[in-house]
Design a protein around this ligand. Structure first.
Ligand SMILES: Nc1ncnc2c1ncn2[C@@H]1O[C@H](COP(=O)(O)OP(=O)(O)OP(=O)(O)O)[C@@H](O)[C@H]1O
Length: 200
């Protein structure tokens, strides 16, 4: 994948989309071959790799005793964001979480937790975003807002790799679509051809 591109993974439940994404970020070793990022094998222990790559792969990867705002502040500061408090306030507003900023994850709705996880990926700089069904549990307006924001990041040079079951989301964001099914991947370009795909 080149900088400034977005590729969407589509395919039926259980086809292996999440497994591909986890392999791309070094959480699972490939059975064969090598995954490289910027010319180096991916390694989540590498500080350079972790600085460059933001992922939302897990639904509930939160510390139970930190509020939403504290999660975002921790992430932003750990990634060296200057003016972290303002950036966090902006992300909370963008994801409609300002009024719930002081709530613990357990007190948020599942959609609000999803928004918090996505805000955590956007509160820090990243060259590559790896997102597993980012649209899941978001309402229609927030799906559109998120797709537009990710498209703007791609236009600014970021790379986005994501799995999705939402043709509208794919159509807005993806330059190309990788169909994962029957133990193989097939590349479909341009992405709006996805509207014609029929998932099994
Ligand atoms: N932790 C695990 N241990 C064993 N098998 C697993 C594990 N996680 C997933 N699998 C299996 O690996 C296959 C691929 O799963 P994966 O989650 O990658 O699919 P997916 O395409 O992301 O599906 P969905 O659209 O439902 O999210 C499935 O057959 C699944 O049952």
């Amino acid at each position: 994948m080149l900088p400034g591109t977005a590729v969407g993974l589509v395919g039926p439940n259980g086809a292996g989309k999440s497994t591909v994404l986890q392999t791309m970020v070094g959480l699972l070793p490939p059975l064969a071959g090598t995954v490289t990022f910027a010319g180096q094998p991916v390694d989540e222990r590498s500080a350079d790799f972790r600085r460059a790559v933001a992922g939302v792969l897990d639904d509930d990867a939160f510390f139970p005793s930190l509020t939403g705002a504290e999660h975002l502040l921790l992430t932003a500061r750990a990634h060296g964001v200057t003016d972290a408090e303002q950036v966090v306030a902006d992300e909370l507003a963008a994801f409609g979480l300002t009024e719930r900023a002081g709530a613990l994850p357990s007190a948020l709705s599942s959609g609000q937790r999803r928004r918090l996880a996505l805000a955590g990926a956007l509160v820090r700089p990243a060259r590559l975003l790896v997102l597993d069904e980012p649209e899941r549990r978001l309402d229609t307006a927030m799906r559109r807002t998120l797709a537009d924001r990710l498209a703007a990041l791609v236009a600014a040079g970021a790379t986005v790799l994501f799995a999705s079951h939402d043709p509208a989301f794919l159509g807005t964001l993806a330059d190309a679509v990788l169909v994962v099914a029957d133990d193989e991947c097939r590349l479909v370009e341009p992405a709006d051809a996805v509207a014609d795909l029929r998932e099994g």
